[in-house]
Structures are given as structure tokens and as C-alpha cells.
Design a protein around this ligand. Structure first.
Ligand SMILES: [Zn+2]
Length: 357
């Protein structure tokens, strides 16, 4: 079958014919890949900057791909939950089998660091025509979400992050006096797919939402921002007011540290993005503000199966509440043979580029 492969930690990416015989065990499901999303992690592996990426044991290459939409082709004897024709999304991280969090399916909080991730570290990904997986690693989504289901994997991370935010904020009363979050506001740094999904989620939770970038918005970005009643802030000319929740998706300290003092009492800074090569000093005034204002700083990565299942519910509701908006986030669809160049460089105006198999 055709597959998009890499040789981490070396840079480079190839579309090649690979000789995989996918065998369906009794708990296994054979899935035909419909679509893969491309993201910063994929490009980091391709460009050799994500040095933790590694092939599975016994291989010198890694099949790339962790944002997936597929259709079930065949199921093993013991599989009850899935049947041929179901639309599915695989979870990404697979637990270490030794720490408590992994044992209860919360491998996103793995203690040992010995987890594996499809298409990233230690397990082949899904940028290939077919893959098999155990049923426990798959999430079924309604067939009515087939056109936007490829967004579920990135969204699962946002679900996990909000779970963390809401747990953290139970440290005091943070709801408004009507029990909602409607008196709160959220600013999201970065307007890529993750930034926009954070904006959608924040709006659904009731926050007043600001989406920030250091430029004018692209048309597709503006469509999402306007549909959910958010405001785009071009940081080269607009000023952000005080905020309750600051979510950084850029990974650049020079982007979020200057905004620390905008965070109100008992507010939260969420760090989601990762990057390299940027440096910005944290001043004693910043530290004083964090201390005196009870500001929580949360790092968030990955998601559990529960977050995928809940994410599918949100995709479903946004699909009907904001017609055409989720589709507009898919800015380019490519055939596998055309995708290699796009994995090397992000095209201008991209929200989400996908590969259709
Ligand atoms: Zn673990």
C-alpha cells in the first residue's frame, strides 16, 4: 500500500509503497483511511526539529500521521462495537501499561513517559491506505460528521485542556452569578486550527472570546471568528483589555509573557503551543502579578478517549449551530502524491490542510 513515511530524527518525507500485510486479530479492526490532517507536529517531524520522534522497534522508518478519519472495512470475531462502514477516528497516545494513569485510560497523564504515539513516537501512523487497530483505540462518529470528522483529533486536545481549566478553577468560585461563564472573557493567542477550535470551545462555554494574531485575519479565519461572535485582535494595532483566561497556542514566550499582567485575579494562563528559538524574560513584576493575583499556569498536551467522545458531541453541535463554519477550516484538500511538499512547508492562509486517500 501507499504510505507517507519519515526517518526520524532525520529530516525528509516520502510517499512510498510499503509491504504491510494488515492482519485483523480477534479484537482488531481494519480501517481504510479516508483523510489525514496535517499539523505542526507532522511538520516538526518532517523538518527534523521534533527530536523525540522515533520509528517503531524493528523499523528504520515511521509512517507519519495522527489526525485521522477512516471507515471500517473488516472486524475481528470478538469485536461488538464496530461494523463495516462505521466512520472512526483512532486515539493517538497508547499507554505505558505500568503507571496508574495509563492503566485507567488516562495515558495523556502518563507518569513514566514510556507511552507511544501513532505517527509520532514508536508506533506507525495513519498516513497510509489502510491500518489495523484494536477496537479499544477507536472512536465511532456519526456518518453525518464525515465531512469534518478529521478535526476531531485536534479538538480532543482542546476538550482535555478545558477539563484541566475547569478542574483548576474549582479552587474558588469562578462561575458568574447566573452559574455560567458569561461574565468571563478568554483571549486566544494564535489563529491556527488549534486557536480557532479553542475559540469555538470558549464561545460554547459562554466566554466572550478574543482571537489574537500579529497580523490581519485571513478570510477563512474571519469567517469562524465572526460566526461565533468573537473578536479578532491584530496585535500590531489593537490593544487587548483585561482577561480571565489566556490561552497560548503559539509557544512563543515573546507572545504571551507581555500579556501576563492583563490576566485578572484568579485567572488562568494555558500553555498549549510549543516552538523553538524564542526567548523572553519574566520580570519580577510579572512574578509579583502571578503571585498576588493567584494566577494558575497550566500546560496541556494530548487527550484521552473520553475527550474524543465528548469532542464528537461538540463537532455535531457546531455543525448544526454554525453551518459551513467547520468546513471552512479545511482550507485545502490534497491527494497523497501532492501532499509531500505541503508537509515540508505550511502554505500561506492555511487553517487545516488535509490528505484524501
Ligand atoms: Zn504511563
Amino acid at each position: 500500500m501507499k504510505a507517507i513515511i519519515v526517518y526520524p530524527p532525520k529530516a525528509g518525507v516520502w510517499l512510498k509503497e510499503i509491504d504491510f500485510k494488515e492482519k485483523v486479530g480477534s479484537n482488531g479492526v481494519l480501517v481504510r483511511t479516508l483523510e489525514n490532517g496535517m499539523c505542526g507536529t507532522d511538520r516538526g517531524i518532517v523538518n527534523g526539529t521534533l527530536t523525540f520522534s522515533r520509528p517503531p522497534d524493528g523499523y528504520d522508518f515511521l509512517v507519519l500521521g495522527h489526525e485521522t478519519l477512516g471507515i471500517v472495512e473488516e472486524v475481528g470475531d470478538a469485536v461488538n462495537e464496530f461494523k463495516k462502514g462505521d466512520i472512526v477516528v483512532p486515539i493517538v497516545r497508547r499507554g505505558c501499561n505500568s503507571c496508574f494513569n495509563c492503566i485507567i485510560g488516562r495515558q495523556d497523564y502518563c507518569e513514566t513517559g514510556k507511552f507511544r504515539e501513532i505517527g509520532i513516537r514508536g508506533l506507525h501512523g495513519t498516513m497510509r491506505e489502510y491500518f489495523t487497530d484494536n477496537e479499544e483505540n477507536l472512536v465511532k462518529i456519526p456518518s453525518g460528521l464525515r465531512h469534518v470528522g478529521v478535526l476531531l483529533e485536534p479538538l480532543s486536545n482542546i476538550m482535555k485542556t478545558f477539563e484541566e481549566i475547569e478542574l483548576m478553577q474549582r479552587r474558588m468560585i469562578w462561575n458568574c452569578n447566573d452559574s455560567s461563564y458569561e461574565c468571563r472573557n478568554a483571549a486566544i493567542l494564535g489563529s491556527g486550527p488549534i486557536g480557532l477550535l479553542f475559540a469555538l470551545m470558549s464561545a460554547s462555554k459562554g466566554f466572550e472570546v478574543f482571537v489574537m494574531n500579529k497580523r490581519e485575519p485571513f478570510e477563512a479565519e474571519l469567517k469562524v471568528v465572526e460566526a461565533i461572535g468573537a473578536k479578532f485582535i491584530d496585535t500590531t494595532k489593537d490593544e487587548l483589555g483585561e482577561i480571565d483566561l489566556l490561552i497560548d497556542t503559539t509557544g512563543y514566550p515573546s507572545a504571551f509573557i507581555p500579556l501576563l499582567k492583563k490576566i485578572k485575579n484568579n485567572g488562568v494562563l494555558v500553555l498549549f503551543g510549543t516552538a523553538s528559538g524564542d526567548q523572553y524574560n519574566l520580570s519580577t513584576e510579572d512574578v509579583n502579578h502571578i503571585v498576588e493575583s493567584n494566577i494558575a499556569i497550566i500546560g496541556a498536551v494530548n487527550a484521552s478517549k473520553k475527550n474524543f467522545i465528548e469532542g464528537a458531541e461538540y463537532l455535531n453541535s457546531w455543525n448544526s449551530k454554525y453551518p459551513g463554519v467547520l468546513e471552512s477550516m479545511i482550507t485545502k484538500k490534497l491527494k497523497p502524491e501532492d501532499s509531500v511538499e505541503y508537509l515540508k512547508n505550511k502554505p500561506k492562509g492555511e487553517i487545516k490542510t488535509i490528505i484524501t486517500w
